[in-house]
Write a protein that binds this ligand. Structure first.
Ligand SMILES: [Zn+2]
Length: 157
C-alpha cells in the first residue's frame, strides 16, 4: 500500500520594475516582475518547497542555493522539474497540489487554468489535481508590494 505524504511550501519575492513577471510558468506581459536570483516564480518555488517538505527532503535552498551561478535566472518550471526528479530518485511522486498566490497584481483570472495545466504537466499529474487560487493582501504587509505563494502538496511513496 502506498504511503501519503503532505507538505507545505511558502515563497515571496519583492517587486522589481524592469524584470519580466513569471507566475506558475506563465509570463504576464507588461507587468512589473519580481526580484530574485532565479526568475522569481513564487508559485513554482512554493510548490517545489512543499514537495520537498512532503518528502522530508529539506527545502529549495538546500539544492538550489542563490550563491550558485548554475541557478541564475532558472525558469520556475525547470526548477520544479528538477525537484520532481529528486523525489523520483527516492521513489516519491506528486499526487496533487493546492496553491494560493498572494499579490495585489496582476489579476490572475483565466491565467490560473493555464498555470495549473503547465504545473500539472511538470508534476506528472492530471490537470484536475492542481489547483491555483488567488488572494489580494488588501494592503497588509505580506506580499503587499511583491508576490507570495502558499502551496499544500500531497505526494506518495
Ligand atoms: Zn523564490
Amino acid at each position: 500500500m502506498s504511503e501519503r505524504l503532505f507538505g507545505l511550501g511558502f515563497d515571496a519575492h519583492p517587486r522589481e520594475v524592469g524584470r519580466d513577471l513569471w507566475l506558475g510558468g506563465v509570463h504576464f506581459e507588461g507587468e512589473p516582475g519580481l526580484s530574485g536570483h532565479s526568475d522569481a516564480d513564487v508559485v513554482c518555488h512554493a510548490i517545489g518547497d512543499g514537495l520537498l517538505g512532503a518528502a522530508g527532503m529539506g527545502d529549495l535552498g538546500d539544492y538550489f542555493p542563490d550563491t550558485d551561478q548554475r541557478w541564475a535566472g532558472i525558469p520556475g518550471l525547470e526548477l520544479l522539474a528538477k525537484v520532481v526528479e529528486l523525489l523520483a530518485a527516492e521513489g516519491i511522486r506528486p499526487v496533487s497540489c493546492d496553491a494560493t498566490v498572494i499579490a495585489e497584481r496582476p489579476k490572475l483570472g483565466a491565467a490560473r487554468t493555464d498555470m495549473a495545466s503547465r504545473i500539472s504537466e511538470v508534476l506528472g499529474v492530471e490537470p484536475g489535481r492542481v489547483s491555483v487560487k488567488a488572494t489580494r493582501p488588501e494592503g497588509l504587509g505580506l506580499a503587499g508590494d511583491g508576490a507570495g505563494c502558499l502551496a499544500l502538496m500531497v505526494a506518495e511513496r
